[in-house]
Design a binder for this molecule. Structure first.
Ligand SMILES: C[S@@+](CC[C@H](N)C(=O)[O-])C[C@H]1O[C@@H](n2cnc3c(N)ncnc32)[C@H](O)[C@@H]1O
Length: 206
């Protein structure tokens, strides 16, 4: 089964609200985004958006240039349906973050909760980092959430790489300045505890 097959099956056979990573609202992400004080026209991308409600909250906050990317068309379809007419205000990108070509120096903010950690091979991680570096404009921001070292070794039945903030900083490299990090306990709808780490970075100016 390919990665895409896995994710299509997840989102086409299970209710989004029952998935292990489900949170009604991504509060930490939204509060960090609010604190950035971005213009409403700032270009934002949510990578591995799944069926999360971050896109709804960004639209409600008045952001006008939101893109979401996911490997699963079924996940995108769930969010599109939920958003109704507001879906037209969002750019929907279907693809694998390691191989999708994104516009260069384009985004002001890259957000990812729980997508990077599925990239367990150094080559995939380097591709992710390259995509982030190329598409984020200098001075732009990245908020990345992943399983931390205390979390289980698998998510959605797939092996994950777990991160401490310094390991994430090392992966992104010297083009990125760490700004802050925060650990947060997530309890799945089934009652399993998973510790996440959220890290914020700023792409240095060239
Ligand atoms: C654990 S879910 C998190 C979803 C969402 N960010 C949230 O917080 O609810 C991981 C998401 O990443 C997507 N994904 C996994 N690997 C991906 C890849 N290589 N490229 C793009 N999306 C990917 C999956 O389809 C899934 O929607």
């Amino acid at each position: 089964m390919t990665r895409k097959d896995h994710w299509e099956q997840v989102y086409s056979t299970r209710l989004a609200e029952k998935l292990g990573w489900y949170k009604p609202r991504l509060e930490t992400s939204m509060s960090w985004i609010a604190e950035l004080g971005l213009d409403k026209g700032a270009r934002i991308i949510d990578v591995g958006c799944g069926a999360s409600t971050l896109v709804d909250d960004l639209v409600d906050a008045g952001f006008e240039s939101i893109a979401v990317l996911d490997i699963s068309d079924s996940a995108l379809a769930i969010s599109k349906k939920r958003l109704g007419l507001q879906a037209d205000m969002v750019m929907w990108l279907s693809g694998d973050v390691t191989s999708t070509t994104l516009p260069p120096d384009y985004f002001e903010l890259w957000h990812d909760r729980a997508a990077l950690h599925f990239l367990t091979e150094p080559e995939q991680q380097a591709q992710y980092r390259d995509s982030l570096l190329k598409s984020l404009r200098p001075g732009g921001h990245a908020i990345v959430g992943a399983f931390s070292s205390e979390a289980p070794p698998k998510c959605s039945g797939l092996p994950v790489r777990r991160y401490e903030p310094d390991q994430l900083a090392e992966l992104l490299g010297s083009d990125f300045e760490p700004v802050r990090h925060h650990k947060e306990l997530h309890v799945t709808p089934g009652g399993v505890e998973q510790m996440y780490v959220y890290c914020q970075f700023r792409r240095k100016n060239d």
